[in-house]
Design a protein. Structure first.
Length: 240
């Protein structure tokens, strides 16, 4: 169902580190790699970081009256998700659809680059793209940390994940996200996107390499704490 009410039009919710509108210099050999769909620049490499853009879709009847931000949630082995500072802007138009821009200005946390159930390989980190309300105003998605009041997760990208690899994935051996015999992906060194296709509430998704025809969806469905497991899984596609 579409939304009933929305108060905020545009917000900046992830701190003031390296603002999005600040130009970033690139040398002649640092031409950003991009992924573009329908004129939408999905991934841009900027220095050692990455800038991710996508479209937002509001699919909740409950009004969202506080600013919405977008952040990365890195997958860790046998641990809860770490706080990681990113910067983002989110716009949700009166019709419920809009766009977001997220800047990851630092490499993944060291713990995220360790082998875990999702990657099974050292030096590779994968992150969910999450929408949340920054209730404590610290610019960090820290829902599961003991030293924060608990931000409110309200959405996620059901069709995309961000990957960072120290080295390109080997051509031999098992791929990343090769669930249930699927082809999976072999990400390049550095930042890249992976396309996901949901297979149901309790089934891991089908993953494939990102293409120029793809665009990132960010679906806002309301407070995850108030939703049933399968409602959350409809947008938060679990790979771990």
């Amino acid at each position: 169902m579409r939304y009933l009410a929305l108060v905020l039009a545009t917000s900046v919710g992830c701190g003031s580190v390296d603002p999005l509108d600040e130009p970033v210099a690139s040398g002649p050999s640092e031409v950003p790699e991009t992924s573009e769909a329908n004129g939408q620049l999905a991934l841009e490499l900027v220095g050692d970081g990455a800038r991710v853009r996508g479209r937002t879709m509001l699919q909740t009847e409950e009004p969202i009256t506080l600013p919405v931000s977008v952040a990365l949630r890195w997958v860790l082995e046998e641990s809860l998700y770490p706080a990681h500072r990113t910067t983002s802007t989110v716009s949700l138009a009166s019709g419920g659809d809009g766009e977001f821009t997220l800047a990851a200005n630092e490499p993944p946390p060291a713990d995220a680059l360790r082998a875990n159930e999702a990657t099974e390989r050292e030096g590779v980190a994968v992150a969910y793209l999450m929408a949340y309300v920054d209730t404590d105003g610290d610019g960090l998605l820290c829902t599961y940390r003991e030293d924060c009041t608990g931000d409110v997760v309200v959405g996620a990208s059901p069709n995309a994940m961000l990957v960072y690899a120290n080295e390109a994935w080997p051509l031999e051996g098992a791929p990343l996200f090769g669930f249930n015999g699927a082809v999976g992906v072999r990400p390049p060194a550095g930042w890249s996107l992976v396309h996901l296709e949901r297979q149901g509430c309790e089934t891991r998704p089908i993953a494939r390499a990102w293409s120029n025809a793809d665009s990132i969806d960010m679906v806002v469905i309301g407070d995850f704490a108030d939703l049933e497991r399968c409602e959350v899984r409809s947008v938060f596609t679990d790979v771990d």
